[in-house]
Design a protein around this ligand. Structure first.
Ligand SMILES: Nc1ncnc2c1ncn2[C@@H]1O[C@H](COP(=O)(O)OP(=O)(O)OP(=O)(O)O)[C@@H](O)[C@H]1O
Ligand SMILES: [Mg+2]
Length: 426
C-alpha cells in the first residue's frame, strides 16, 4: 500500500498488520500506537457542521499522542474486507443511511455473530458502518485516532467500536448499532419532546463517559462533546462516539497540552479557543453547553433566533445568574413535566461548568454525583400550585408560537409523573 502519510505508515505496522495477519485470525490485537512525528497533515473540518477555529498559539503540537493505557483493556478489533461491508449494508443502499457527518455517511448493516462476514438484514448483529469520504487527506487523522482510542477504551458509556476496514482507498469503521440514534435528533428534530427523566438519564450517562475518560492515570480529553456525538440505545443509555479529536491529557506536572484549536463552534471552552491550552476542564465546559441544550431544547448556536438569543450560553447566563428566573430556561415543550429541584440543580451544574475560570469548574466526577441525585427527584412542577401559577404568567408574557395545552389537557397528556413518583419512592 502506498505510504500516503505518517499515520498510515503507523497503522500498517501496528493496527492492520500484514495480509497474513488478516487471513490468520481475521482480527488483530491492537498494539499501542506510536505516532509518526512526520504525520503533520492539516486537519480538515467539515465547514458545514464543524468550524476550524484558528488558534493564536503558534507552537502547537497536535499529534494525538499515545492513548490512555491506564484505562485500556486488551480488545480485539475485527478487520473487515470492503466487500463484506458492502454486502452487509446492501451495497451501501441510500435507504440504509443512518446519518451523515463531517467525514461521510453512516449506514445500517448486519454482520455474522462470530466473524466479519455479512448477514441477512434482521439477522446476526446489527451494526453502524461509517464510511469516510474518499477525498484525500480529510478524516485520516480522525480515523486513526478513532481506532486508537476506541480500540482501547471500554466503558458502558462509550460506543463500542467493533472493527474497521482499510483497503485501497476505503476507510470504514464498524460500531455497535445505537437504536435511538443521536441526542441531537431527539432534542432538535423530533416532534415529540424528550421527557425530563430521559434527559437526566442521558446527561448522567454522558457525564459518566467523560468522567471515565478524565479519570484514568493517563487522562484522555474528548474535545468534541456535543449532542450529535452522544448516541442512545433502546433504553436511552448514552454513549459517546467520535474519538477523532480525542487527545491524551497533560502528563506529570504539566497543567495543559498545547494544540491547534479544533472542535465545534458553540461548544469549545473560551480559554481553549484563545490560547490552544487544552485541559479536561475544556470538556467540562462543553458538558455545560450540552446540559443547557438538554434543559432548554435550544441549540448551542442558532442563527434563526433573534440577535441576543443565537448563542445559547450568552443568552442563558442572565437566567442562570438569577435564582428567580431559572425556570425561563426550561424547554417550553416540557410544559410542567420537570422536577423543580432538578431544574435548580441542573442550572447550578451548568453555571459552574460554564465558569470562565477553568480551575473553578467542577470535575466530571462531581457532576456525576449531583446528576445521580437529580435522577431520583419526583417533585414535578405540575404537582405544585406555585409552579403552575408561575408557568401561566410566563406563558402570557412569552407568546412563542408553541401550542399550549390547558392544565387539564397537560395533566392527561404528560408522561405520568405520578408513576415516576411511585417508582422513586419504592
Ligand atoms: N453507532 C451508531 N448507531 C446508530 N446511529 C449512528 C451511529 N453512529 C452514527 N450514527 C448516526 O449517524 C449520524 C452521523 O454521525 P457522524 O458521527 O458521522 O456525524 P455527526 O456526529 O452528526 O457530525 P460530526 O461529523 O460533526 O461529528 C449521527 O448523528 C447518528 O444519527
Ligand atoms: Mg459524530
Amino acid at each position: 500500500m502506498e505510504n500516503k502519510c505518517g499515520c498510515w505508515a503507523v497503522l500498517r505496522r501496528s493496527v492492520v498488520g500484514s495480509p497474513a495477519a488478516h487471513n490468520s485470525a481475521n482480527a488483530t490485537h491492537r498494539a499501542s500506537l506510536v505516532y509518526d512525528a512526520a504525520a503533520t497533515e492539516t486537519r480538515y473540518l467539515n465547514a458545514s457542521k464543524r468550524e476550524l477555529m484558528l488558534s493564536p498559539a503558534p507552537q502547537s503540537s497536535d499529534d494525538p499522542g499515545p492513548p490512555s493505557a491506564g484505562n485500556a483493556m486488551s480488545h480485539q478489533l475485527l478487520q473487515f474486507r470492503f466487500h463484506e461491508l458492502k454486502t452487509a449494508t446492501g451495497n451501501f443502499r441510500p435507504d440504509s443511511i443512518l446519518g451523515e457527518g463531517g467525514f461521510g455517511y453512516v449506514f445500517k448493516g448486519w454482520i455474522e455473530e462470530n466473524g466479519t462476514g455479512p448477514a441477512k438484514p434482521g439477522s446476526g448483529i446489527t451494526v453502524a458502518v461509517k464510511s469516510l469520504k474518499p477525498d484525500g487527506l480529510q478524516g485520516h487523522r480522525e480515523w486513526v485516532a478513532e481506532v486508537d482510542f476506541l480500540g482501547q477504551l471500554h466503558h458502558p458509556n462509550l460506543v463500542k467500536l467493533i472493527g474497521y476496514c482499510i483497503e485501497d482507498d476505503h476507510r470504514l469503521l464498524v460500531y455497535e448499532f445505537m437504536t435511538r440514534g443521536s441526542l441531537e435528533n431527539h432534542l432538535f428534530r423530533r416532534a415529540i419532546p424528550l421527557p425530563w427523566s430521559n434527559r437526566i438519564k442521558i446527561a448522567l450517562g454522558a457525564a459518566k463517559g467523560l468522567a471515565f475518560l478524565h479519570g484514568g492515570s493517563e487522562p484522555v480529553i474528548y474535545r468534541d462533546f456535543k449532542t450529535s456525538n452522544i448516541l442512545l440505545d433502546l433504553e436511552y443509555n448514552a454513549k459517546l462516539s467520535d474519538f477523532g479529536l480525542a487527545k491524551a491529557g497533560p502528563q506529570g506536572d504539566k497543567t495543559h497540552v498545547s494544540t491547534r484549536v479544533v472542535g465545534t463552534y458553540g461548544y469549545a471552552a473560551p480559554e481553549y479557543v484563545m490560547t490552544g491550552h487544552l485541559t479536561a476542564k475544556s470538556d467540562v465546559y462543553s458538558f455545560g453547553v450540552v446540559l443547557l441544550e438538554i434543559l432548554t431544547g435550544r441549540r448551542s448556536m442558532d442563527k434563526k433566533r433573534p440577535t441576543g438569543e443565537q448563542n445559547l450560553v450568552v443568552w442563558a447566563r442572565q437566567y442562570l445568574a438569577d435564582k428567580r428566573r431559572l425556570f425561563h430556561l426550561v424547554d417550553p415543550r416540557l410544559e410542567l413535566n420537570y422536577s423543580v429541584k432538578g431544574v435548580r440543580k441542573v442550572c447550578q451544574i451548568a453555571y459552574s461548568c460554564l465558569g470562565r475560570d477553568p480551575k473553578c469548574r467542577p470535575s466530571m466526577d462531581e457532576v456525576v454525583k449531583v446528576l445521580t441525585l437529580i435522577q431520583d427527584l419526583s417533585d414535578f412542577a405540575i404537582l405544585s400550585y406555585k409552579a403552575r401559577v408561575a408557568h401561566q404568567t410566563r406563558c402570557k408574557k412569552r407568546p412563542d408560537g408553541i401550542q399550549r395545552l390547558s392544565f387539564n389537557q397537560s395533566m392527561s397528556n404528560r408522561a405520568s409523573p405520578l408513576t415516576s413518583m411511585k417508582q422513586c419512592s419504592k
